[in-house]
Design a binder for this molecule. Structure first.
Ligand SMILES: [Zn+2]
Length: 78
């Protein structure tokens, strides 16, 4: 899978952060947790060994029950 640039991720409304250590979380891309620093650490420095980012246009596209909404940005509440 080709690695998306961080700027590409930000074009979407939502992003799922898959993380084998901390669990999978759904965020709004405006969330304070969604930063270029975090992205580069996981995707580029750690080479997606512990997880990856998947952008999402609409909440309806989410069909993975392992994904939990972020408690900070509350993506499931509009
Ligand atoms: Zn969030």
């Amino acid at each position: 899978m080709a690695i998306k640039m961080f700027a590409e991720i930000l074009k979407y409304e939502y992003v799922i952060v898959y993380d084998s250590a901390n669990g999978n979380k759904l965020h709004k891309t405006s969330c304070s947790y969604i930063t270029k620093k975090n992205y580069e650490l996981k995707v580029i420095i750690n080479q997606e060994k512990n997880g990856y980012y998947r952008p999402l246009e609409h909440l309806e596209e989410l069909n993975d029950t392992s994904v939990r909404p972020c408690k900070v940005c509350k993506p499931n509440h509009g």
